[in-house]
Each structure stands twice: as structure tokens, then as C-alpha cells.
Design a protein around this ligand. Structure first.
Ligand SMILES: [Zn+2]
Length: 249
């Protein structure tokens, strides 16, 4: 049973509700959903603002970092006056300006597998907005063990990547993909990243999350989307499960 919308919510979310196939029922499901969003960099800032404005019920923001002057070129929940403050506090303040009805929790530590598993019990989905392979692999593993969906995004230079995992549908997992990468693991601080590209990938992550949470449309599972901002093109590749995958095989 979902909680019915009150009249002001029905007005606020009317542009969702009028979408064919979305309707009141999907919006109510969204309002009852809880999201664990890990990483408040460029991807996390973009994904969080659309998820909060869209009317999710609860969101838990995870980041142990403070805002640096070099972040605000693309991490748009943080402004000039936030430099030196925690990303969690800065993001929460900005998000509450967008939608004060969403319950916003913050965790300012880097969680281990056990702490993540504890959080997954309270959340319906994980949005991976981290910036390194070790964190992505850990989130994937814990999501698979707890059978919770994962939306993974990445952006570096002018290249973006998007991928969703739904363990209950036995889709390919992030490890099926990441074993191709080997140890190569560049970060934006080493390679750079074009600001609006993180907005595109983060917005796609919000779209994926909304679709998976409400069972609307077709999520990007068993497929990998690569975005090339240099040529403004995207391509989607089939991604088969790796039968020898250490996580999902
Ligand atoms: Zn796998």
C-alpha cells in the first residue's frame, strides 16, 4: 500500500502524473521510496537534485569529503560559500531548498561492507556516484548480496558511462563489466572532466532510479551506455553476464 498524495502534492507533481503510464500510482510509489546515494561529486549533485525535486520519499547522502574550490566547477549543489564545509551539509542545505518534504539523511564516513549492508536494509536502491573502481566494486558486491538494484555512473574527460544492475532479475552486474578494466583507474583530478557531462550522466542515473523504483519503462540492464561529449554521441552495447563472475556468476 502506498500513501495517497494530498492536493498540494498532486499539483506539485502534476507533470509526472500526466505522463502516460506514470500516473498517480507511480508518483505515490516514488514518494514511498528510499534511496542511498553514495558520492556527492558531480554525478551525485546532479542525480540528487532531480531525485529530490521529483519527490522521492527519503534519500541518504554519503560522502566523507569537504568542498574544495576545484569542485564547484561541476558539483552544482555546492557554491562558493561552501568551500571548506562538508559536502553532505552543503548538499543537504541545497536540496532542502528544492524540496523540504523529502527526508534527507547524511552519512559523513566511508562505509565498509558491513555498514553498507546495514544501510541497504533501509533503502530500496543504491545510486553509485563514486569516483573510483574499489568503491564501485564494493557497492556492486553489497547490492548483489542484498538483492538491491544499483545504478552506476561514471564520467571522466569527455566520456560518460551508465549501467544498471537488478539482482532480483539476475542481470549482469558491475563486476561482469569491471573485470575488463584491470587495474587502470584514473580519476578526474588526474585526467579532468567537462562540467556538463557529469550533469548528463547524473541526470540519466536519476532517470534510471525513477524507472526502477516505479517499474516504469525499460531500465538499462544487460547493456552499457557510453556517452562521448566530444562528438555529442552515445552508444549502447549489449553486456552479457560473465558466467565466471565472482559476484553474480
Ligand atoms: Zn557479475
Amino acid at each position: 500500500m502506498t500513501t495517497p498524495l494530498d492536493p498540494s502534492q498532486a499539483m506539485r507533481y502534476s507533470r509526472h502524473i500526466m505522463l502516460a503510464g506514470f500516473d498517480l500510482e507511480k508518483q505515490e510509489r516514488l514518494l514511498d521510496s528510499s534511496i542511498l546515494l553514495v558520492g556527492l561529486g558531480g554525478l551525485g549533485c546532479a542525480a540528487a537534485q532531480y531525485l529530490v525535486a521529483s519527490g522521492v520519499g527519503e534519500i541518504t547522502l554519503v560522502d566523507d569529503d569537504v568542498v574544495d574550490l576545484s569542485n564547484i566547477q561541476r558539483q552544482i549543489l555546492h557554491g562558493e560559500s561552501d568551500v571548506g564545509t562538508s559536502k553532505c551539509a552543503s548538499a543537504k542545505q541545497s536540496l532542502l531548498q528544492l524540496n523540504s518534504q523529502v527526508s534527507i539523511h547524511t552519512i559523513e564516513t566511508r562505509m565498509d561492507a558491513e555498514q553498507l549492508a546495514e544501510q541497504l536494509k533501509k533503502n530500496d536502491i543504491v545510486i553509485d556516484c563514486t569516483d573510483n573502481l574499489a568503491s564501485r566494486n564494493l557497492l556492486n558486491q553489497v547490492c548483489w548480496q542484498n538483492q538491491k538494484p544499483l545504478v552506476s555512473g561514471a564520467a571522466i574527460r569527455l566520456e560518460g558511462q551508465l549501467f544498471s544492475v537488478i539482482p532480483t532479475k539476475n542481470t549482469a552486474c558491475y563486476a561482469c563489466l569491471s573485470h575488463f578494466f584491470g587495474e587502470q583507474n584514473l580519476s578526474c583530478s588526474e585526467a579532468g572532466v567537462l562540467s556538463p557531462l557529469v550533469g548528463i550522466v547524473g541526470s540519466y542515473q536519476a532517470i534510471e532510479a525513477i524507472k526502477i523504483l516505479t517499474d516504469f519503462g525499460e531500465p538499462l540492464v544487460n547493456k552499457l551506455m557510453l556517452i562521448d561529449a566530444m562528438t555529442t554521441q552515445s552508444r549502447v552495447f549489449e553486456l552479457l553476464k560473465n558466467p565466471g563472475c565472482k559476484v553474480c556468476g
